[in-house]
Design a protein around this ligand. Structure first.
Ligand code: UT7
Length: 331
């Protein structure tokens, strides 16, 4: 039976810290060059936090902007889901910290660890709670302070990541503009390609884990690259075709911003021209769970996202996790 209730994104808010880390800054830190970084990734700069600023701080800013846009108090929020791999601490969940800081007294929630797919997984979780009728106003957040787990002596990873957050409010749809469908996949055999080995129950924190740099991101860049190109396109094609759409029907493709070359390859396979793709990796780098809402905000600011537009979101991240969402923009 068709869903009686559909869910829509009714507001969007994002936040990046003001401080910049440019390619020129990185040239002074590791053996790299502005040209290499731009050519291989498309990144020119990233926003990074000052010492002491945590993921919940960015998430709270994004959540508050979302509530302001919708014009409702935090007490109206019923649940909060935070996609992040850089929680303020292992527990309690960053969702709990956000709930308290924004004053969402009636909300429950939890964190979702899906790396770069963290926002799309949070979004779908929010959508399902609204579609089921359990809730009417849910916040889905993607937020990461990647600089807290990056080794600034490892040129293969430190040039990629930045810090940032975005939030959306999910509510019951009132017209044809709603979240249409999604495809999520996990391939845990990819766990060894992108991970942080230290600090969990497998390798609890010791002097040795710190000395062995186990509390930093470890990445097999090429393995992730190949998987991301293939899966971003496959999941996108699948969610389009099972809903009777083609690439040419998409008004805006909003891909996870990991590497400009990954985005271009996936878009080529979907037959999408540049004017249908949003790319802001040059400005923000890879903010992990923050990239999709930040890209939606960039599109909106450029006047490229309007009510009724068919939007295709796609992400691939550590896990491996894969997520593609198809929706009609509603705000
Ligand atoms: O968000 C999800 C997670 N992450 C991703 O999606 C990342 C996916 N992977 C990538 O984006 C790319 O693989 C990287 C950007 C990480 C690396 O680009 P690449 O084109 O795959 O480079 P590579 O690892 O094949 O390295 C090519 C060369 C190597 O030198 P040799 O062996 O050819 O002499 C590297 O040592 O580039 C060298 N290299 C660098 N040179 C200057 C690697 N990093 C750098 C650097 N600056 N920062």
């Amino acid at each position: 039976m068709a869903n009686l209730v559909r869910a829509k994104i009714s507001a969007l808010g994002t936040y990046v810290p003001p401080r910049l880390l440019t390619n020129a800054d990185l040239e002074k830190m590791v053996e790299t060059s502005n040209e290499w970084i731009i050519e291989r990734t498309g990144i020119r700069q990233r926003h990074i936090v000052d010492k002491g600023v945590a993921t919940s701080d960015l998430a709270v800013e994004a959540a508050q902007k979302t509530l302001q846009e919708r014009g409702i108090p935090a007490t109206e929020i019923e649940a909060i889901f935070v996609g992040t791999v850089t929680p303020d601490m292992l527990f309690p969940a960053t969702a709990c910290i956000v709930q308290d800081k924004i004053g969402a007294k009636g909300a429950w929630g939890y964190d979702i660890s899906a790396a770069c797919s963290g926002f799309v997984y949070s979004l779908q979780t929010a959508v399902k709670f609204v579609e089921s009728g359990a809730h009417k106003r849910v916040l889905a957040i993607g937020a990461d302070v990647m600089t807290s787990i990056i080794n600034y002596q490892d040129r293969a990873t430190c040039i990629i990541f930045g810090d940032g957050a975005g939030a959306v409010l999910v509510e019951p749809a009132t017209d044809d503009n709603y979240v249409i469908d999604f495809i999520h996949e996990v391939d845990g055999s990819g766990a060894c390609s992108l991970f942080m080995p230290g600090g969990g129950s497998r390798n609890p924190t010791t002097h040795e884990t710190v000395e062995k740099k186990m509390h930093y991101v470890h990445q097999d860049g090429q393995a992730v690259f190949k998987y991301a190109v293939r899966k971003m396109a496959e999941a996108s094609e699948a969610v389009l075709s099972r809903n009777g759409f083609k690439g040419s029907d998409v008004s805006l493709f909003v891909p996870h911003q990991a590497n400009k070359r990954i985005i271009k390859s996936a878009a080529d396979r979907l037959g999408l021209k540049d004017e249908r793709i949003i790319i802001n990796i040059d400005e923000f780098g890879n903010t992990t769970a923050g990239t999709i809402p930040l890209a939606l905000e960039s599109a909106r600011q450029q006047g490229r996202l309007k009510k009724g537009d068919l939007v295709l979101i796609a992400a691939v991240g550590a896990g491996f996790t894969v997520g593609a969402t198809l929706l009609r923009w509603a705000c």
